[in-house]
Each structure stands twice: as structure tokens, then as C-alpha cells.
Design a protein around this ligand. Structure first.
Ligand code: FES
Length: 132
């Protein structure tokens, strides 16, 4: 199934469109010159994922030295704030056990248990199209 979203000129940077593909609601996002499509249903508890705010990755070189990427690449579910990567649908958040024990630390992104469906998006003759 192909879903025509709108002409590129009517889709400004930083905006989103919610489209319907059969029974599926899909959010299409424009970030710079890239387009992403992700299912508008949070895998956590079914919240309207694509109505949430966009957020950049945050990294830290040390305590109090937090850096934010220049462009957003995550969408945060408006219900409980779980964040999903726009490109892959992967969440890196998840419920865990609270512990007070120390361990060795490495810096890596560990995938959480939930992955939202994503869909390819491309531009055909100045029209944004989602492949479902
Ligand atoms: S339903 Fe989306 S974070 Fe809980």
C-alpha cells in the first residue's frame, strides 16, 4: 500500500502529518531534508505516539556536561514519555529493577523491549509518499 502524504512544499521542516493506512495510523515527520514514518501507536500501552514532542539525543562527557544533538531524532510518547528513535522505532527505555549496587560502566545504547513499526518514506515528483 502506498499513501501519498502531501507535496514537499507543504511539509515544512520540523512538522508532522498523521495519515491513515487502512486500520493503521502513521505519523510522518520531516527533520531537515529527511522524512520518517512511524506507527502512531506506542508499543508500551498504546498511546498516540506521534502526537508527542520531538527530542534530540543527549550525551554527556561527564557529570553536568550534557550535550544535545542539533536535530531531533526521537519522538516521546505523550502518555508516559518513552522515547522512540524515528528511524528505527527502537526505544531505549524500559522498566528495570532499582538497585543500589555499583557496576562497571560503558557508554552504549542498549535496545529496550519495544520497537515501533517504521515505514519507508520517499519523495516522488515533489510529493511525499509512504510505503506501507
Ligand atoms: S503508552 Fe507510550 S509511553 Fe506508555
Amino acid at each position: 500500500m502506498r499513501v501519498v502524504v502531501c507535496p514537499v512544499r507543504e511539509f515544512p521542516d520540523g512538522e508532522r502529518r498523521i495519515v491513515q493506512a487502512g486500520a493503521r495510523s502513521i505519523g510522518v515527520f520531516r527533520v531537515g531534508d529527511r522524512f520518517y514514518a512511524i506507527r502512531n501507536r506506542c508499543p508500551h500501552q498504546g498511546g498516540p505516539l506521534c502526537l508527542g514532542r520531538l527530542a534530540p539525543w543527549a550525551t554527556a562527557d561527564g557529570p553536568g556536561e550534557v550535550h544535545l544533538d542539533e536535530t531531533p531524532s526521537l519522538v516521546a510518547c505523550p502518555w508516559h514519555g518513552w522515547e522512540y528513535e524515528l528511524e528505527t522505532g527502537q526505544s531505549f527505555m524500559g522498566p528495570g529493577e532499582t538497585r543500589v549496587k555499583s557496576y562497571a560502566v560503558t557508554v552504549e545504547r542498549v535496545p529496550g523491549p519495544y520497537v515501533a513499526e517504521t515505514y519507508p518514506v520517499h519523495v516522488e515528483e515533489d510529493v511525499v509518499v509512504v510505503e506501507v
